[in-house]
Design a protein around this ligand. Structure first.
Ligand code: PLP
Length: 445
């Protein structure tokens, strides 16, 4: 029998009396039929308040690379909690974590900690502007760098802007500081010639190029041949910093992140999510040269809870876990993810559902082709926005949820180190009736 969610419904209704809109992050409203309330998780599984068990590929928006509540991580946090929650001062723990990052990440020479990747991205932008004395940051359509005024410029440019002479600087929120959007140049992902044009058009004004090395936030689109090398080359040529936002890719793509996976050395890197294993933790990492203006204090960096010992204790455990995976990581995540992608595609074909899982495996996206959509290789945000049938994916996701398979609301799936072959097999078994119900129930009456 498909799951039902009466207790989550009841709590969500109650939440409207005390929590603005009933949720604490806008995206959670996308979960249908109701934003779920959870009670406990273990390994690859999570249980909601109705005692429904899910094989979890949402994984706390990808932060739970180690699965839910690994015993070692829980012990590390508990042990630290007994020693002290917060000092707003130094501890040897921060050196333990920073020194591990230096060993693991190719472009890491110095580190600063924050509580969220949104903050670390803001710090990176400020630092790049201070470093170069220039005002503009170049970013790509479809790349997400946190929910701040700065992080979302040009993230989801509507088709009405696509004929503009240059990619627009739209922002999905009202209330932002107008000038912020003018401080960005937006470019299309995976188009080197176009990128060169954008850089030349604003020559001498751009402080940094920022990207997700693989565009995990939009259709999980990997960099095309030469894309990251071209960014590096342009940065060197034009005196700009290269900022890699590895909030999702960090430690998921291996101990050295996507920069080791794809072989590129950014000047600054942002880590979030998996660096804290579910605790609110992030890092800005850079070369000595790129971090100089933070050292001098010209680019201010601060935060009451920065380098909080609880998060550091968690992070030290997480990084040791990644190091212990050895050189094989992330091959096993890719293998399991690709098996899941193949199985989902087979189910899609069996039930004539236009789902085309896309991505490397360790993370992948549920591309759902619109009726009449011209199926093709998806290289950038515009391809995706043109092709993705959002309501249809939302319907299939709900059917999957009702059978106990949970993907990220917008369509991303992440594999954790706790997932096994048996989990993938079981997820596909559970997915079969979900596809059957989706095929029978779509389009909705
Ligand atoms: C690539 C990227 N950068 C930055 C962020 C912001 O991270 P946080 O939500 O921890 O502030 C996210 C969050 O999903 C992200 O995916």
């Amino acid at each position: 029998m498909p799951y039902t969610f009466p207790r989550s419904q009841e709590l969500f209704e109650r939440a409207h009396g005390s929590i603005a809109g009933g949720i604490n992050s806008g995206i959670r409203l996308l979960e249908k039929p109701v934003p779920l309330y959870f009670e406990r998780g273990y390994g690859s599984r999570v249980w909601d308040v109705d005692d429904n068990e899910y094989i979890d590929f949402q994984l706390g928006q990808g932060a739970l690379l180690y699965g839910h509540a690994p015993a070692g991580l829980a012990d590390a946090i508990a042990a630290q909690a007994k020693l002290g929650l917060h000092w707003a001062a130094q501890s040897e723990l921060e050196l333990d974590v920073a020194e591990r990052l230096l060993r693991m990440v190719p472009a890491a020479e110095l580190v600063r900690f924050n509580n969220s990747a949104t903050e670390a991205c803001m710090a990176a932008f400020r630092l790049a502007r201070t470093h170069t004395g220039r005002k503009l940051i170049l970013k790509f359509e479809g790349h997400y760098h946190g929910w701040s005024d700065e992080g979302l410029v040009g993230f989801a440019n509507p088709p009405s802007t696509w004929n503009d002479p240059e990619p627009a600087r739209t922002h999905p929120s009202q209330g932002i500081i107008d000038e912020v959007t003018e401080r960005f140049v937006v470019a299309r992902w995976n188009d080197v010639a176009h990128l060169r044009e954008r850089v030349e058009q604003y020559a001498g004004q751009i402080a940094a190029i920022v990207c997700e090395p693989a565009m995990c936030n939009t259709c999980c689109i990997e960099p095309g041949e030469g894309m990251l090398a071209a960014i590096r080359e342009l940065c060197d040529e034009h005196g700009m910093l290269m900022i890699a936002d590895e909030t999702i890719t960090g430690f998921r793509f291996g101990a050295g992140g996507a920069q080791a996976y794809y072989g590129v050395k950014p000047d600054l890197t942002v880590f979030g999510k998996a660096i804290g294993g579910g605790t609110p933790f992030a890092a800005l990492v850079g070369t000595k040269a790129a971090m100089a203006k933070i050292i001098s204090g010209e680019s201010m960096h601060a935060g009451t809870l920065n380098a909080n010992p609880l998060c550091l204790a968690a992070s030290r455990w997480c990084l040791d876990e990644v190091i212990a995976q050895g050189a094989d990581h992330p091959a096993e995540l890719n293998r399991l993810g690709q098996k899941l992608m193949t199985g989902l595609r087979e189910l899609a074909d069996e039930y004539a559902v236009p789902l085309r899982p896309q991505g490397p495996g360790l993370a992948f996206h549920s591309l759902m082709i619109k009726e009449g959509g011209n199926e093709r290789v998806v290289e950038n945000y515009r391809d995706y926005a043109e092709l993705q049938d959002v309501p249809r994916w939302t319907h299939l996701r709900r059917c999957l949820l009702e059978e106990g398979v949970r993907a990220i609301e917008r369509g991303l799936w992440s594999i954790s180190l706790a997932h096994t072959e048996a989990d993938i097999d079981e997820a596909l078994q559970r997915a079969k009736p979900a596809f059957a119900r989706h095929a029978a129930g779509w389009p909705e009456a």
